[in-house]
Each structure stands twice: as C-alpha cells, then as structure tokens.
Design a protein around this ligand. Sequence first.
Ligand code: MGP
Length: 215
Amino acid sequence: MEEGVSPLVEKYWFQRYDLFSKYDEGIKMDEQGWYSVTPEQIAITQAKRCPNPTVVIDCFAGVGGNAIQFALLCCHVVAIEIDPVKVDMAINNARIYGVEDYIDFIVGDFFQLAPSLKGDVVFLAPPWGGPSYRRMEKFTLDILEPKDGYAIFQAAQAITTNIIMFLPRNVDLLQVQELCWLFSPPLEFEIEENYVRGNLKGVTVYFGGAVASQL
Ligand code: MGP
C-alpha cells in the first residue's frame, strides 16, 4: 500500500480502481477526496443523463471525479471547489483523463459565485459530514455541508431547475420530495439507487425535465 495512507483511507484505497480506473497513472486525492469522490461508474451514469452539448456546473467539485466524467461525455464543465489543494488535484486528475481543456476550474465559494453562474445543469455532491453519516438511521438534509440541503438547493435552482444531487443511501426521501413541492407545478424528479459491485453506495436525485425524464 502507498505511504501516508491513513487507517480511514485504507478501505477506500482497496477500492481505488472503482474510484478512478486510471488510478495508477498518477491520480491524486486527499483524505476527504478518498471518502467523498463519486465512484467512476456512478459518475458515468450521472453524466449520461445530461443533454448534449451541455454546460454543467459542478458546485462542490472536490478532486474532480464527476467533472471528469461530465467532460468525457462532451459537457463543458465549470468546476467549483473552495479548497485550492483539491483544485490542483482535480486539474492533475483531469489531465490524466485528457479533459482538462473542457473544465473551467474555479477556486471559490459556490454560494458567493452562484448569482453570477449560468449553466444548463447543476451538479451537487456536497460534503455529507464525513463517513459517520452511515451510523444515522435517517440522514436529514440539514446535515449537509457547508450549508443545509435546502440552502444548497435554493442557490442551485436560481441557476437552473435541472439539478443532479448525489446523496447518502439513508437520506430522508420525503425531504427530497419536499424540495420539488417548493415549485408550482412541482418539479419533475427521479430517484436512482447507485450500486458498485452489488453494494449500495448512494442515491442520485435528478430534478427537472432535462435530466429527470431521459430514462
Ligand atoms: P461510504 O460511506 O464509504 O460507504 O461511502 P461504503 O463504501 O458503502 O462503505 P460501507 O463500509 O458502508 O460498505 C460510499 C460512497 O459515498 C463514497 O465512495 C462516496 O462516493 C460517497 N460519499 C461518502 N461520503 C462520506 C461522502 C461525502 O461526504 N460527500 C459526497 N459527495 N460523497 C460521499
């Protein structure tokens, strides 16, 4: 195993090729990246929902797992991440997949940037408060970071109502539905369970006609 891999990361290191199939080509992740990056097959599934061509705003881009798959599927991506170290890693990772020219990386706070952003689809995979979410019976939207799920959704829907949100498998689905009822008529939505090797990893919610109706 690689030097400097913490006990928390060890489990994810064994799943490294599920996270990035090109891991051995020099993929870089910090600790939060290891446990937060969307497994590659799930990121591909999410990206396939986007109409083509599309401008996708990845609001909590982390080390770039989703931005890379959106870019590979011909989307132009605006990838926002507040941590400059993660942005450097994401640029490195995008280069490995040959898509760095299709992603505009921005070091910044999504909430500050949101009023000036334009895009066709907003992608939200915010921090879930670390791996401890697994111990909760129900994950409520107020636990999401850096602000609660309602605030995140509100900022996103001002850009577009075509929103893709990656959430914990134990998320309170009633709360998710309530987000749609904030609109009149209620926003179209679909909930998808995401498995890797038979294990449920999370759920993706597709809001809005452009991404929710393309099954
Ligand atoms: P996990 O918590 O390691 O569950 O996360 P797993 O692998 O099913 O472990 P088990 O021991 O319960 O079997 C599964 C996936 O959820 C990760 O690979 C990430 O893609 C995603 N994920 C986990 N966390 C803590 C976060 C997070 O904070 N933010 C985001 N966006 N995704 C996360």
